[in-house]
Write a protein that binds this ligand. Structure first.
Ligand SMILES: O=C(O)CCC(=O)C(=O)O
Length: 412
Protein backbone atom coordinates (compact mmCIF):
# COMPACT_ATOMS: atom_id res chain seq x y z
CA UNK A 1 0.00 0.00 0.00
CA UNK A 2 1.21 3.57 -0.70
CA UNK A 3 0.63 6.67 1.41
CA UNK A 4 -2.22 8.20 -0.68
CA UNK A 5 -4.11 4.89 -0.51
CA UNK A 6 -3.59 4.75 3.26
CA UNK A 7 -4.97 8.30 3.58
CA UNK A 8 -8.05 7.35 1.54
CA UNK A 9 -8.60 4.23 3.67
CA UNK A 10 -8.41 6.22 6.88
CA UNK A 11 -10.74 8.95 5.65
CA UNK A 12 -13.33 6.28 4.86
CA UNK A 13 -13.22 5.21 8.51
CA UNK A 14 -14.37 8.56 9.86
CA UNK A 15 -17.87 8.32 11.25
CA UNK A 16 -19.73 11.56 10.82
CA UNK A 17 -22.16 10.92 13.67
CA UNK A 18 -19.31 10.52 16.12
CA UNK A 19 -17.49 13.56 14.86
CA UNK A 20 -20.58 15.72 15.19
CA UNK A 21 -21.35 14.37 18.66
CA UNK A 22 -17.81 15.09 19.72
CA UNK A 23 -17.76 18.59 18.24
CA UNK A 24 -21.15 19.47 19.75
CA UNK A 25 -20.09 18.84 23.31
CA UNK A 26 -16.71 20.60 23.07
CA UNK A 27 -16.06 24.21 24.17
CA UNK A 28 -16.60 26.89 21.44
CA UNK A 29 -12.82 27.30 20.85
CA UNK A 30 -12.27 23.59 20.46
CA UNK A 31 -15.40 23.31 18.34
CA UNK A 32 -14.02 25.96 15.96
CA UNK A 33 -10.64 24.18 15.74
CA UNK A 34 -12.24 20.78 15.17
CA UNK A 35 -14.38 22.19 12.39
CA UNK A 36 -11.34 23.71 10.72
CA UNK A 37 -9.53 20.40 10.95
CA UNK A 38 -12.46 18.50 9.51
CA UNK A 39 -12.53 20.79 6.48
CA UNK A 40 -8.76 20.64 5.96
CA UNK A 41 -8.69 16.85 6.12
CA UNK A 42 -11.67 16.58 3.81
CA UNK A 43 -10.00 18.79 1.16
CA UNK A 44 -6.52 17.32 1.70
CA UNK A 45 -5.19 20.73 2.72
CA UNK A 46 -2.25 20.49 5.02
CA UNK A 47 -0.43 23.62 6.21
CA UNK A 48 1.40 24.92 9.26
CA UNK A 49 -1.75 26.50 10.75
CA UNK A 50 -3.58 23.17 10.40
CA UNK A 51 -0.77 21.37 12.22
CA UNK A 52 -0.86 24.03 14.92
CA UNK A 53 -4.62 23.58 15.19
CA UNK A 54 -4.49 19.81 15.63
CA UNK A 55 -1.71 20.08 18.22
CA UNK A 56 -3.69 22.77 20.03
CA UNK A 57 -6.79 20.54 20.26
CA UNK A 58 -4.65 17.67 21.53
CA UNK A 59 -2.96 19.89 24.14
CA UNK A 60 -6.19 21.50 25.33
CA UNK A 61 -8.08 18.20 25.65
CA UNK A 62 -5.08 16.56 27.36
CA UNK A 63 -4.98 19.38 29.91
CA UNK A 64 -8.70 18.96 30.53
CA UNK A 65 -8.14 15.22 31.01
CA UNK A 66 -5.61 15.96 33.73
CA UNK A 67 -7.77 18.10 35.97
CA UNK A 68 -8.75 16.03 39.01
CA UNK A 69 -8.80 12.26 39.31
CA UNK A 70 -9.02 10.24 36.02
CA UNK A 71 -12.34 8.66 37.12
CA UNK A 72 -13.98 12.09 37.48
CA UNK A 73 -12.83 13.44 34.08
CA UNK A 74 -15.86 13.93 31.80
CA UNK A 75 -16.07 11.94 28.56
CA UNK A 76 -15.77 14.92 26.18
CA UNK A 77 -12.04 15.74 26.50
CA UNK A 78 -11.15 12.03 26.25
CA UNK A 79 -13.19 11.65 23.07
CA UNK A 80 -11.86 14.90 21.63
CA UNK A 81 -8.32 13.69 22.38
CA UNK A 82 -8.93 10.40 20.54
CA UNK A 83 -10.65 12.11 17.61
CA UNK A 84 -7.94 14.79 17.23
CA UNK A 85 -5.26 12.07 17.43
CA UNK A 86 -6.92 10.30 14.53
CA UNK A 87 -7.02 13.56 12.53
CA UNK A 88 -3.36 14.08 13.36
CA UNK A 89 -2.50 10.67 11.88
CA UNK A 90 -4.11 11.70 8.58
CA UNK A 91 -2.42 15.12 8.64
CA UNK A 92 0.99 13.50 9.28
CA UNK A 93 0.41 11.11 6.39
CA UNK A 94 -0.43 14.04 4.11
CA UNK A 95 2.84 15.66 5.19
CA UNK A 96 4.70 12.39 4.58
CA UNK A 97 3.29 12.22 1.06
CA UNK A 98 4.43 15.78 0.25
CA UNK A 99 7.76 15.87 2.03
CA UNK A 100 9.97 12.98 0.92
CA UNK A 101 13.02 14.21 2.89
CA UNK A 102 11.11 14.12 6.17
CA UNK A 103 8.96 11.12 5.38
CA UNK A 104 10.37 8.89 8.09
CA UNK A 105 9.85 11.56 10.80
CA UNK A 106 6.29 12.22 9.58
CA UNK A 107 5.41 8.52 9.66
CA UNK A 108 6.84 8.18 13.17
CA UNK A 109 4.82 11.20 14.28
CA UNK A 110 1.72 9.59 12.76
CA UNK A 111 2.11 6.33 14.60
CA UNK A 112 2.88 8.05 17.87
CA UNK A 113 -0.32 10.09 17.52
CA UNK A 114 -2.33 6.90 16.90
CA UNK A 115 -0.86 5.14 19.94
CA UNK A 116 -1.32 8.10 22.28
CA UNK A 117 -4.91 8.38 21.08
CA UNK A 118 -5.42 4.67 21.79
CA UNK A 119 -3.79 4.72 25.21
CA UNK A 120 -4.90 8.08 26.57
CA UNK A 121 -8.12 8.88 24.73
CA UNK A 122 -11.55 7.32 24.62
CA UNK A 123 -13.48 6.11 21.57
CA UNK A 124 -12.20 5.85 18.01
CA UNK A 125 -10.48 2.58 19.05
CA UNK A 126 -11.24 0.82 15.77
CA UNK A 127 -10.09 3.75 13.67
CA UNK A 128 -6.93 4.37 15.70
CA UNK A 129 -6.04 0.65 15.76
CA UNK A 130 -6.38 0.45 12.01
CA UNK A 131 -4.44 3.70 11.55
CA UNK A 132 -1.57 2.35 13.66
CA UNK A 133 -1.51 -0.93 11.70
CA UNK A 134 -1.49 0.89 8.36
CA UNK A 135 1.32 3.24 9.38
CA UNK A 136 3.36 0.34 10.82
CA UNK A 137 3.18 -1.47 7.50
CA UNK A 138 4.11 1.72 5.62
CA UNK A 139 7.16 2.10 7.88
CA UNK A 140 8.32 -1.52 7.62
CA UNK A 141 7.77 -1.36 3.84
CA UNK A 142 9.97 1.72 3.49
CA UNK A 143 12.58 1.38 6.23
CA UNK A 144 14.69 -1.49 7.41
CA UNK A 145 14.03 -2.16 11.09
CA UNK A 146 16.05 -5.35 11.27
CA UNK A 147 18.68 -5.49 14.04
CA UNK A 148 22.32 -6.49 13.50
CA UNK A 149 22.60 -10.23 12.66
CA UNK A 150 24.19 -11.15 16.01
CA UNK A 151 21.36 -9.49 17.87
CA UNK A 152 18.36 -11.19 16.39
CA UNK A 153 17.46 -13.67 19.10
CA UNK A 154 16.02 -13.02 22.55
CA UNK A 155 17.10 -16.31 23.95
CA UNK A 156 20.06 -16.64 26.25
CA UNK A 157 19.92 -19.63 28.55
CA UNK A 158 20.22 -18.65 32.21
CA UNK A 159 23.39 -20.06 33.80
CA UNK A 160 23.35 -22.86 36.34
CA UNK A 161 23.34 -20.67 39.43
CA UNK A 162 20.55 -18.57 37.97
CA UNK A 163 18.56 -21.73 37.31
CA UNK A 164 19.08 -23.07 40.82
CA UNK A 165 15.57 -23.36 42.19
CA UNK A 166 16.69 -24.33 45.66
CA UNK A 167 17.26 -20.85 46.99
CA UNK A 168 15.16 -21.83 49.96
CA UNK A 169 16.64 -25.26 50.74
CA UNK A 170 17.61 -24.17 54.24
CA UNK A 171 14.06 -23.19 54.97
CA UNK A 172 12.08 -26.14 56.26
CA UNK A 173 8.81 -24.56 55.13
CA UNK A 174 9.63 -24.24 51.42
CA UNK A 175 7.58 -26.20 48.88
CA UNK A 176 8.35 -26.63 45.17
CA UNK A 177 5.29 -25.92 43.01
CA UNK A 178 4.12 -29.09 41.25
CA UNK A 179 3.67 -29.57 37.51
CA UNK A 180 0.72 -31.07 35.63
CA UNK A 181 0.82 -31.88 31.94
CA UNK A 182 -2.10 -30.45 29.99
CA UNK A 183 -4.89 -31.51 32.41
CA UNK A 184 -8.51 -31.68 31.31
CA UNK A 185 -10.74 -28.80 32.41
CA UNK A 186 -12.32 -31.13 34.94
CA UNK A 187 -9.02 -32.23 36.44
CA UNK A 188 -7.76 -28.65 36.66
CA UNK A 189 -11.06 -27.61 38.23
CA UNK A 190 -11.14 -30.28 40.93
CA UNK A 191 -7.45 -30.30 41.77
CA UNK A 192 -6.60 -26.60 41.57
CA UNK A 193 -9.28 -24.09 40.55
CA UNK A 194 -11.88 -25.06 43.17
CA UNK A 195 -9.37 -25.54 45.94
CA UNK A 196 -7.35 -22.46 44.91
CA UNK A 197 -4.00 -24.16 44.89
CA UNK A 198 -1.20 -23.11 42.54
CA UNK A 199 0.21 -25.41 39.89
CA UNK A 200 2.42 -25.22 36.79
CA UNK A 201 0.66 -26.44 33.65
CA UNK A 202 2.91 -27.78 30.92
CA UNK A 203 2.23 -28.65 27.29
CA UNK A 204 -0.68 -26.19 26.96
CA UNK A 205 0.80 -23.32 24.94
CA UNK A 206 3.36 -25.01 22.69
CA UNK A 207 1.06 -24.46 19.71
CA UNK A 208 0.99 -20.67 20.14
CA UNK A 209 2.68 -18.90 17.18
CA UNK A 210 4.25 -16.65 19.83
CA UNK A 211 6.37 -19.59 21.04
CA UNK A 212 8.47 -19.44 17.89
CA UNK A 213 7.93 -15.85 16.74
CA UNK A 214 8.71 -13.87 19.87
CA UNK A 215 12.24 -15.24 20.24
CA UNK A 216 13.03 -13.39 17.04
CA UNK A 217 13.76 -9.70 17.63
CA UNK A 218 13.32 -8.93 13.90
CA UNK A 219 9.77 -10.28 14.07
CA UNK A 220 8.92 -8.06 17.05
CA UNK A 221 10.52 -5.02 15.39
CA UNK A 222 8.76 -5.55 12.07
CA UNK A 223 5.40 -6.21 13.69
CA UNK A 224 5.47 -3.51 16.34
CA UNK A 225 8.85 -1.69 16.40
CA UNK A 226 7.47 1.84 15.82
CA UNK A 227 4.60 1.45 18.30
CA UNK A 228 4.60 3.55 21.49
CA UNK A 229 4.42 1.57 24.72
CA UNK A 230 4.71 2.42 28.45
CA UNK A 231 7.96 1.32 30.10
CA UNK A 232 8.60 1.04 33.83
CA UNK A 233 12.09 2.23 34.66
CA UNK A 234 13.92 1.29 37.86
CA UNK A 235 14.32 -1.65 40.16
CA UNK A 236 10.74 -2.04 41.39
CA UNK A 237 7.57 -0.01 41.92
CA UNK A 238 8.17 0.11 45.67
CA UNK A 239 11.50 1.96 45.23
CA UNK A 240 12.09 5.72 44.98
CA UNK A 241 14.06 5.42 41.73
CA UNK A 242 11.03 3.95 39.94
CA UNK A 243 9.31 5.83 37.10
CA UNK A 244 7.40 5.41 33.89
CA UNK A 245 8.13 6.62 30.37
CA UNK A 246 6.63 6.25 26.92
CA UNK A 247 8.95 4.82 24.29
CA UNK A 248 8.77 3.15 20.92
CA UNK A 249 9.10 -0.63 21.22
CA UNK A 250 12.13 -0.35 18.96
CA UNK A 251 13.97 2.09 21.28
CA UNK A 252 13.02 -0.04 24.28
CA UNK A 253 14.43 -3.18 22.63
CA UNK A 254 17.65 -1.43 21.59
CA UNK A 255 18.28 0.23 24.91
CA UNK A 256 17.10 -2.30 27.48
CA UNK A 257 17.07 -5.70 25.74
CA UNK A 258 19.99 -5.58 23.30
CA UNK A 259 22.36 -3.05 24.88
CA UNK A 260 21.58 -4.02 28.46
CA UNK A 261 21.36 -0.62 30.19
CA UNK A 262 22.33 -0.52 33.85
CA UNK A 263 18.84 0.58 34.81
CA UNK A 264 16.15 -2.01 34.19
CA UNK A 265 13.34 -1.11 31.78
CA UNK A 266 10.21 -3.27 31.87
CA UNK A 267 7.20 -3.28 29.56
CA UNK A 268 5.02 -4.45 32.41
CA UNK A 269 1.32 -5.10 32.88
CA UNK A 270 0.37 -3.48 29.60
CA UNK A 271 -2.66 -4.41 27.48
CA UNK A 272 -0.40 -4.71 24.45
CA UNK A 273 -2.69 -7.13 22.65
CA UNK A 274 -5.65 -4.73 22.63
CA UNK A 275 -3.32 -2.08 21.25
CA UNK A 276 -1.60 -4.30 18.65
CA UNK A 277 -3.95 -6.97 17.21
CA UNK A 278 -1.08 -8.37 15.08
CA UNK A 279 0.52 -9.65 18.32
CA UNK A 280 -2.84 -10.82 19.70
CA UNK A 281 -2.95 -13.33 16.83
CA UNK A 282 0.14 -15.04 18.27
CA UNK A 283 -1.56 -16.16 21.47
CA UNK A 284 -4.72 -18.04 22.45
CA UNK A 285 -6.83 -17.56 25.59
CA UNK A 286 -6.45 -20.83 27.54
CA UNK A 287 -9.70 -22.79 27.91
CA UNK A 288 -9.14 -22.87 31.69
CA UNK A 289 -10.12 -19.18 31.77
CA UNK A 290 -13.74 -20.22 31.17
CA UNK A 291 -13.99 -21.76 34.63
CA UNK A 292 -15.68 -19.21 36.81
CA UNK A 293 -16.70 -18.39 40.36
CA UNK A 294 -19.47 -16.08 39.21
CA UNK A 295 -22.84 -16.61 37.53
CA UNK A 296 -21.78 -14.72 34.43
CA UNK A 297 -21.51 -17.01 31.45
CA UNK A 298 -19.20 -14.96 29.20
CA UNK A 299 -15.57 -15.14 30.18
CA UNK A 300 -14.10 -11.70 30.51
CA UNK A 301 -10.32 -11.99 30.45
CA UNK A 302 -7.73 -9.22 30.91
CA UNK A 303 -4.61 -9.99 28.95
CA UNK A 304 -1.34 -8.25 29.86
CA UNK A 305 2.15 -8.35 28.40
CA UNK A 306 5.34 -8.48 30.51
CA UNK A 307 8.46 -8.04 28.35
CA UNK A 308 11.90 -7.17 29.67
CA UNK A 309 15.57 -8.00 30.14
CA UNK A 310 17.12 -10.16 32.89
CA UNK A 311 16.50 -8.92 36.45
CA UNK A 312 13.07 -7.34 36.08
CA UNK A 313 11.49 -7.55 39.50
CA UNK A 314 7.85 -7.50 40.48
CA UNK A 315 7.73 -7.20 44.28
CA UNK A 316 5.65 -9.45 46.51
CA UNK A 317 1.99 -8.52 46.00
CA UNK A 318 -1.42 -10.09 45.36
CA UNK A 319 -4.24 -9.47 42.87
CA UNK A 320 -7.99 -10.11 43.22
CA UNK A 321 -8.42 -12.32 40.12
CA UNK A 322 -7.44 -15.80 38.93
CA UNK A 323 -4.24 -15.62 36.92
CA UNK A 324 -2.56 -17.86 34.37
CA UNK A 325 0.94 -16.47 33.88
CA UNK A 326 2.28 -17.91 30.62
CA UNK A 327 6.00 -17.95 29.90
CA UNK A 328 6.77 -17.52 26.20
CA UNK A 329 10.44 -16.42 26.19
CA UNK A 330 13.01 -16.85 28.97
CA UNK A 331 12.73 -18.08 32.54
CA UNK A 332 11.30 -16.41 35.64
CA UNK A 333 11.94 -17.32 39.27
CA UNK A 334 8.66 -17.07 41.11
CA UNK A 335 7.75 -17.25 44.79
CA UNK A 336 4.20 -17.65 46.03
CA UNK A 337 2.66 -17.35 49.49
CA UNK A 338 -0.85 -18.33 50.53
CA UNK A 339 -3.38 -15.63 51.54
CA UNK A 340 -3.52 -17.46 54.89
CA UNK A 341 0.05 -16.29 55.53
CA UNK A 342 -0.67 -12.61 54.80
CA UNK A 343 0.08 -11.44 58.32
CA UNK A 344 3.57 -12.97 58.09
CA UNK A 345 4.33 -10.80 55.03
CA UNK A 346 3.52 -7.40 56.55
CA UNK A 347 1.35 -5.72 53.88
CA UNK A 348 1.95 -1.96 53.52
CA UNK A 349 -0.58 0.04 55.46
CA UNK A 350 -1.31 2.85 52.98
CA UNK A 351 -4.27 2.06 50.70
CA UNK A 352 -2.38 2.38 47.42
CA UNK A 353 0.13 -0.30 48.39
CA UNK A 354 -1.92 -2.50 50.71
CA UNK A 355 -1.71 -5.42 48.27
CA UNK A 356 2.11 -5.24 48.48
CA UNK A 357 4.29 -6.79 51.20
CA UNK A 358 6.89 -4.81 53.12
CA UNK A 359 9.08 -7.85 53.56
CA UNK A 360 11.61 -8.75 50.84
CA UNK A 361 11.44 -12.57 50.73
CA UNK A 362 15.03 -12.92 49.46
CA UNK A 363 16.53 -10.55 52.07
CA UNK A 364 14.03 -10.48 54.94
CA UNK A 365 14.78 -8.12 57.82
CA UNK A 366 13.85 -10.62 60.54
CA UNK A 367 14.22 -8.10 63.37
CA UNK A 368 11.68 -5.85 61.74
CA UNK A 369 9.48 -8.63 60.32
CA UNK A 370 9.93 -11.60 62.72
CA UNK A 371 6.76 -13.43 61.71
CA UNK A 372 8.12 -13.91 58.18
CA UNK A 373 9.88 -17.05 59.46
CA UNK A 374 6.49 -18.70 59.84
CA UNK A 375 5.50 -18.14 56.20
CA UNK A 376 5.48 -21.12 53.84
CA UNK A 377 7.11 -20.25 50.51
CA UNK A 378 6.13 -22.02 47.28
CA UNK A 379 8.78 -21.65 44.58
CA UNK A 380 9.51 -22.48 40.96
CA UNK A 381 11.43 -21.49 37.87
CA UNK A 382 8.84 -20.92 35.18
CA UNK A 383 10.29 -21.97 31.82
CA UNK A 384 9.28 -21.27 28.21
CA UNK A 385 6.07 -23.10 27.34
CA UNK A 386 4.87 -23.34 30.97
CA UNK A 387 2.03 -21.51 32.64
CA UNK A 388 1.60 -20.90 36.34
CA UNK A 389 -1.86 -20.83 37.89
CA UNK A 390 -1.86 -18.13 40.61
CA UNK A 391 -5.18 -18.27 42.50
CA UNK A 392 -6.83 -14.98 43.60
CA UNK A 393 -5.12 -13.24 46.53
CA UNK A 394 -2.07 -15.50 46.43
CA UNK A 395 1.05 -13.41 46.99
CA UNK A 396 3.59 -13.55 44.16
CA UNK A 397 7.15 -12.26 43.68
CA UNK A 398 8.64 -12.50 40.18
CA UNK A 399 12.23 -12.06 38.93
CA UNK A 400 13.36 -12.69 35.34
CA UNK A 401 16.56 -14.72 34.94
CA UNK A 402 17.13 -13.69 31.32
CA UNK A 403 15.30 -11.82 28.57
CA UNK A 404 11.70 -12.72 29.19
CA UNK A 405 8.30 -12.30 27.57
CA UNK A 406 5.26 -13.48 29.53
CA UNK A 407 1.52 -13.07 29.09
CA UNK A 408 -0.90 -13.02 32.00
CA UNK A 409 -4.59 -13.85 31.78
CA UNK A 410 -6.67 -12.49 34.67
CA UNK A 411 -10.29 -13.47 35.10
CA UNK A 412 -13.05 -13.76 37.75
O1 LIG B 1 5.82 -11.32 35.54
C1 LIG B 1 5.87 -10.41 36.34
O2 LIG B 1 6.86 -9.66 36.48
C2 LIG B 1 4.69 -10.16 37.26
C3 LIG B 1 3.44 -10.87 36.87
C4 LIG B 1 2.30 -10.53 37.78
O3 LIG B 1 2.45 -9.90 38.79
C5 LIG B 1 0.96 -10.97 37.41
O4 LIG B 1 0.78 -11.63 36.39
O5 LIG B 1 0.03 -10.64 38.17
Amino acid sequence: MDIPTAIRELKKLQENSMILECIKSASPDVEYLLDTLREAVFWNKVSNPIETAVNAVIDISWEECNIGHWSSVPETPKTVYAYASFQKVIICLMKAANDVDNRSACLNEAIKAADLGLMLGKGYQRQLTQAASLVTSLISQEYNVTPAPNETSCSREPNESEMNENVFTEKSNAVPIGRLRCPSLEEFNTKHFSSRTPVILTGCINHWPAMTRWNDISYLLNTAGPRTVPIEIGSSYTQKDWGMELSSLQDFINKYILQGQKKVGYLAQHQLFDQIPELRKDIVIPDYCCLTDTDESDCNVNINAWFGPANTLTPLHHDPKHNLLCQVVGTKRILLFSPNDSEFLYPHEETLLNNTAQVDPYHPDIEKFPKFEQAVVYYCNLRPGEMLYIPPKWWHHVVSLNVSFSVSFWWD
